[in-house]
Design a protein around this ligand. Structure first.
Ligand code: FES
Ligand code: FES
Length: 209
């Protein structure tokens, strides 16, 4: 029995579809020119030009690259940690143009043209207590050391960067204001008491400096 035309058309269509690679069906055909094609998102690589801890960097990365992965995987600045990847823990906190951001919520491409400071950038650039020697500690880091504000240390870089912002906004916070200011940063070890003590000690030190 001969199939009606519409069935033979469907057969032709099916044959055509089967000849298209699966990734092209999902994301389309890549343009002929430009950087690497990312099949996950159907986009070209993007150029990121950012100054990180005072050093200019230029890199081609997939458009979906998060700032935290750019810092850790491309620049090897592994002091910035990934605790959740979902904007909850604060372990990835860095400063962008001086303002604390969770770098798992920022695309690397969004950092282009901006200045990023990570935990590695706090000492050795005039913010530390060793006169910019590179092996000094920032007053907040020193306060963590003196007040025993860390145990495993996983949350610590993010805590320090968040407290840096907190004290820039409010140089003389109360304990309640410190606790409120750190509600975007999670610590699974310390019970927070010594982190709060470190923040208050750092605040007192910075006010006297
Ligand atoms: Fe960014 Fe947890 S890794 S908030
Ligand atoms: Fe371990 Fe905070 S010191 S998570």
């Amino acid at each position: 029995m001969q199939l009606p035309d519409r069935f033979s058309d469907i057969g032709v269509l099916r044959t055509k579809l089967q000849s298209i690679p699966a990734h092209e069906k999902q994301h389309g055909t890549p343009p002929a020119t430009g950087g690497n094609w990312d099949w996950m998102t159907g986009s070209r690589d993007v150029t990121v030009e950012a100054t990180v801890n005072g050093t200019p960097h230029t890199a081609e990365v997939p458009a979906r690259t998060l700032l935290v992965h750019f810092l850790r995987d491309r620049l090897r600045l592994t002091g910035t940690h990934v605790g959740c990847d979902t904007t909850q823990c604060g372990a990835c906190t860095v400063a962008m143009d001086g303002v604390a951001v969770k770098s798992c919520t920022v695309l690397a491409a969004q950092a282009s043209g901006h200045e990023i400071t990570t935990i590695e950038g706090l000492s050795g650039r005039g913010e530390g207590d060793g006169g910019g020697s590179g092996d000094d500690l920032h007053p907040i880091q020193r306060a963590f050391q003196q007040e025993h504000g860390l145990q495993c240390g996983y949350c610590t870089p993010g805590m320090v960067m968040a407290i840096r912002q907190l004290l820039a906004d409010n140089p003389d916070p109360t304990e309640a204001e410190v606790r409120h200011g750190l509600n975007g940063n999670i610590c699974r070890c310390t019970g927070y008491q010594n982190i709060v003590a470190a923040a208050l000690a750092a605040a007192a030190h910075l006010r006297e400096a």
